[in-house]
Design a protein around this ligand. Sequence first.
Ligand code: C5P
Length: 297
Amino acid sequence: MSAWRAVCPAKINLALHVAGRREDGYHEIVTLFQAIDLRDELTGADAESLTLTVSDPSIPSDESNLVLRAARLLAVSVPGARDRGARLHLLKRIPAGGGLGGGSADAAGALLLLNALWGLELDREALVRLGQALGSDVPFFLFGGTALGTGRGEVIRPLRPIEERPLVLGVPPFPLSTPEVYRALHAPLTGSGPDVTVPRLFLKLAEGNDFALARNDLEAAAMGMRHELRAFRDALARSGAELALMSGSGSAVFGMYRAGTDVSTIAESLRGACPGFTVRVSKTIPSGIEIDPAATA
Ligand code: C5P
């Protein structure tokens, strides 16, 4: 019986620019995605039917879970995947609703894992197309490392990974809903998309490992909904972070520090800065999802 394991890292957004709202309801964005060393683990073994169990009971294991949606999408799109089964188990470590891309990472992990388990031999281009149909953040996780995202975030240009940086993550006790945060922006309809200066600026930030000018345009909307986010982000900035920002549409905020900074004492001093926040030490990573044969699943 064959079994595979996909180790799926979370992401932060080192910068996020919203150019405006589109006719289809999505927003046109430019963003710098960065993989980090906080990982979910998906295992899958051959089975008669398709089933999913999740280590965290607060995460749905039904058809609303992107892992099962990815499997169903493969089954209807790829002839070799029709009527195939798999027993999938998801070990969750990435907090949900934190803007850390956990669900999207798991979906990309499911595509890669089932591609191997079912011997489909889909190339990355085909997987990216399926990922785009599953969610705006999914394609990034098929690359990992550092990447520029445009369109609704689903058009990926992989970049040379930035140098490894230590991070402190602040994960609030409340999730934020991506559609609600985007709606709270009240962005005007876009004309012809973002002007080319923003992608150019973001490429320069990544190339120069200098994030002093990085911004997240969703921060003000999210902080208008939950003022604790601003308090924690400001505490991170005061603690010496070179960049203190909300990730994606929130609710997690992160501080990124100069290479070599000992962030464990900083994290310790930030515990208690905002009641209920979970404070974690992490770091940026140059890689993405890793899949390998598993002994059992
Ligand atoms: O693509 P995904 O399913 O992850 O998007 C979830 C929701 O987030 C969308 O339905 C939309 O309301 C909002 N969104 C957006 N603009 C983006 C990405 C997401 O408005 N670029």
